[in-house]
Design a protein around this ligand. Structure first.
Ligand SMILES: C[S@@+](CC[C@H](N)C(=O)[O-])C[C@H]1O[C@@H](n2cnc3c(N)ncnc32)[C@H](O)[C@@H]1O
Length: 315
């Protein structure tokens, strides 16, 4: 882990000093989202997607950006969550933290408020309290860690109940050959440390996340016969209630599949009322499942709750 970190830090110290064109996949941000951000910061953005645009951020939310680099995603989030929200960027590279902090004043002046801070730290030891964050975003960073299990456990730890993550990262379609893994340049370019998409999903699920969804998948590069894609992956945290009970609530899956199974193993054949506990009631009536089920409550009320738009957090 120490060697990987040192090689990655060296790589991104140099990328902070001099823009590296074409590093990761250049991300097209909505110009309205970036109008308040200095051009210099945008030239040093090394993401592979736009998780901050897909995260359905709401006013007042607390957002954590893991591997914040020059701060672009933090500054976009700053505008989206408004002055009542808060954004924290974490990065291990001094030069990146210095760079991002250097833009804080200009961004605050352009927005008329300041709600962003940058902290030096590791993805594997996030310098934040348990259950302190509504949304974790990360843009092309987790592939760079040699301990992705630990990173996802940390993401889960800092999320609040019903918090969510929205992560853009590079994944491979096949196992990555050892020669690619051991090439420090390819590791720095977000190739050497990439894992298969299914492995990423399994790691997130093992950390406790549910409702995991691949929102987009775009081809990035082919190296030694292996195709690498950029994906945006989302997932949720749920802390089970101490008093989860069956009270006579039922869920009817609305289709279009014949049947679905949730992360807790409950089966829902389409059109069939299935009795659910109070925790499941809470899960099925909120993102990402809201709108997929008709709920018949114990009181006989019928609820079809759907996501109205992105502001409901249906990232
Ligand atoms: C590919 S850049 C992406 C930066 C930013 N997210 C963006 O979209 O421009 C990766 C960043 O993650 C940071 N990083 C890599 N591994 C890290 C780790 N284990 N802990 C903290 N930061 C890390 C690097 O210092 C670098 O700034």
């Amino acid at each position: 882990m120490k060697d990987v970190r040192e090689a990655v830090r060296e790589f991104y110290t140099s990328a902070a000093e001099t823009p590296k064109q074409g590093l990761c996949c250049p991300t097209a941000y909505d110009s309205e989202d970036t109008a308040h951000i200095p051009k210099d910061a945008l030239q040093r953005a090394y993401g592979c997607g736009s998780p901050v645009s897909s995260a359905g951020l709401k006013k007042g939310e607390v957002v954590l950006d893991l591997g914040s680099g020059s701060g672009v995603d933090c500054f976009i989030a700053s505008k989206k969550v408004g002055k009542e929200g808060r954004v924290i960027g974490v990065d291990m590279t001094d030069k990146m933290i210095e760079l991002a902090e250097g833009y804080l004043e200009k961004v605050a002046e352009n927005l008329g408020y300041r709600n962003v801070e940058f902290k030096k730290g590791y993805l594997e030891e996030i310098p934040l309290e348990d259950e302190s964050v509504d949304v974790v975003i990360s843009n092309c960073v987790i592939n760079l860690s040699s301990d992705k299990e630990r990173v996802m456990q940390e993401v889960y730890r800092v999320l609040k109940h019903r918090g969510r993550f929205c992560i853009a990262d590079i994944v491979s379609e096949k196992d990555v050959p050892q020669s690619v893994r051991e090439n420090p340049t390819l590791w720095g370019e977000c190739i050497g440390g990439a894992i298969k998409e299914e492995d990423f999903i399994n790691i997130a699920r093992s950390a406790g996340a549910y409702g995991i969804n691949i929102k987009s998948r775009t081809f990035y590069r082919e190296v030694e016969g292996v195709r690498f894609n950029s994906v945006i992956i989302t997932g949720y945290k749920f802390i089970k209630g101490k008093e989860c009970v069956y009270r006579g609530h039922y869920a009817i899956y609305n289709g279009p599949f014949r049947s679905v199974r949730d992360d807790d193993g409950h089966e829902y054949p389409a059109g069939v009322p299935v009795e659910i506990c109070t925790d499941t009631l809470e899960k099925l009536t909120n993102p990402p499942y809201a709108g997929m089920f008709t709920i018949i409550t114990a009181e006989g009320e019928t609820v079809v709750r759907g996501c109205v738009d992105e502001t409901e957090g249906c990232c």
